[in-house]
Design a binder for this molecule. Structure first.
Ligand code: FAD
Length: 443
């Protein structure tokens, strides 16, 4: 069976690339051992954002009286089984949409393993092509501490049909904080334990601190600079901070400490170079070989499996590069869908300092923004960083309502290599949250 391209894995890297390649008239085989849509659609972006929406509704109802809307009982009852059903329905609807998009693609069900660099076996059948794209994604990682396997991962948490009364979340990265925000809104007592000094380690420290304070005000206990040393049955988490040992008890424990790449069987004997478990790729997403690269095939790796940027849109953009498109991979926006949201693109102040860049920093809060005041969401900020000599926008960091949507304006300007002033020059409609981004640039 010969195709022009074989793609292993139908997540946002694999299926989007398959659709685009088929649209260009190529014969594409897309091999998937689980559900279409990968982690993003089935166990990641979409189910979590559906839970975020239910959580937001719960908070809105609980706080309705502050907006002049009085309910007979301002303490809403969370029917978590119904919340979970809605999440599953949203996922099923979108999965059906992906199946429709893949009409022109030869979708093969089963696990792909490498027989040779150019040959893939799926349940005994051999597939070959001159171009093979590995898009096998990632799986939850666990800390190497005793009892780590007793904790849930995001996969198990997303399959729950009832809520625990309390939870300890190990890890204050994007996934840990999103679940903390959602579960807190549903009335679960949440404690977050983070090894680093601040939450959201890759984000701007000032924005991360603002989010931490905001989550604390909502009742989430956040222990930073704290190392987890063991998890015990009966759900006890032992941790250590500044030489003091502490044991936290809760009904459930979530391990949210990052993800590890998933390699297709047979890959490790081919001579493809790995870096800390991820497939090393060049800027064209081509894998690197220990010795001479094979002549009959070009192998690529896109998405989480190459460990470059574990985000859905990064996986899709890397697939576009394989198909010959130009993409600015240094401008990838990233968001955390907490209440309030945070989002970033480009460099942080700390990264600019480490590179010795001469920068101008502009900040604005949402306190003077008419829309934010009307929404009752003013405890937020925008920070923009630009290069003094070129005027180019180097980074943008937002903590506030709809930050994940707002960041796109900055990302578009950065992708087009426009000066920061392009945002200030554009007339922004009033009253909108985007006016605060403009105010930060004008500062
Ligand atoms: P995946 O989506 O992981 O897909 C890989 C596919 O390959 C899977 O379907 C798997 O079954 C299949 N596969 C693996 N091995 C084989 C094999 N040998 N044969 C056949 N098939 C195989 N990112 C965002 O951008 N925004 C978010 O809001 C966001 N939220 C997230 C929330 C959570 C809880 C999690 C866990 C992740 C979240 N992510 C988010 C990250 C995002 O899901 C991933 O970055 C994205 O799914 C990576 O896409 P991918 O195509 O590389 O791999």
């Amino acid at each position: 069976m010969t195709h022009d391209i074989i793609i292993i894995g139908a997540g946002p890297g694999g299926y989007e690339t398959a659709v685009a390649a088929a649209g260009r008239g190529l014969r594409v085989a897309l091999i998937e051992r689980g559900e279409l849509g990968g982690t993003c659609l089935n166990r990641g972006c979409i189910p979590t954002k559906t839970l975020c929406r239910s959580a937001e509704v719960a908070v809105t109802v609980r706080e309705a009286a502050a907006y002049g809307v009085e309910l007979p009982d301002d303490n809403p009852v969370i029917n978590y089984a119904a919340v979970a059903d809605r999440k599953d329905a949203v996922v099923a609807q979108l999965r059906e949409g992906v199946a429709q998009l893949l009409k022109g693609v030869d979708v093969v069900k089963g696990e792909a393993s490498f027989v040779s660099p150019a040959e893939i076996s799926v349940e005994g059948a051999i597939y070959s092509a001159p171009r093979i794209i590995i898009a096998t994604g990632s799986a939850p990682a666990r800390l190497p501490v005793p009892g780590a396997e007793l904790a849930m991962t995001s996969d198990e948490l997303l399959s729950m049909t009832s809520l625990p009364s309390s939870i300890v979340i190990i890890g204050a990265g994007v996934i840990g904080l999103e679940f903390a925000s959602v579960l807190n809104a549903f009335g679960v007592k949440v404690t977050v334990v983070e090894f680093c000094r601040e939450v959201l380690p890759p984000f701007d420290a000032e924005v991360a601190k603002r989010l931490r304070m905001s989550l604390k005000r909502r009742g989430i206990d956040i222990l930073t600079d704290t190392r987890v040393t063991a998890v015990e049955a009966g759900m006890k988490v032992t941790c250590e901070a500044k030489g003091k040992v502490k044991t936290l008890e809760a009904e459930a424990v979530l391990m949210a400490v990052g993800r590890r790449p998933v390699l297709p069987p047979g890959l490790e004997s081919l001579g493809i170079v790995l870096n800390r478990g991820a497939i090393m790729v060049d800027d064209d997403m081509k894998v690197q070989w220990d010795g001479k690269a094979p002549e009959d095939v070009t192998v690529y790796a896109i998405g989480d499996v190459n460990g470059r940027c574990m985000l859905a849109h990064a996986a899709t953009a890397q697939g576009e590069i394989v198909l010959g498109e130009k993409r600015a991979l240094d401008v990838i926006p990233s968001a955390v869908f907490t209440m309030p949201e945070c989002a970033m693109v480009g460099l942080t102040e700390e990264q600019c300092a480490a590179r010795g860049l001469d920068i101008k920093v502009g900040k604005a809060t949402f306190r003077a923004n008419g829309k934010a005041v009307a929404m009752g969401e003013t405890d937020c900020m925008v920070k923009v960083i630009s290069d003094v000599s070129t005027g180019r926008l180097l980074g943008c960091h937002i903590c506030g309502p709809h930050a994940a949507d707002l960041i796109q304006e900055a990302a578009t300007v950065m992708s087009a290599s426009l000066p920061a002033a392009a945002i200030a020059d554009a007339i922004h409609s009033h009253p909108t949250l985007g006016e605060t981004l403009r105010a930060a640039i004008l500062q």
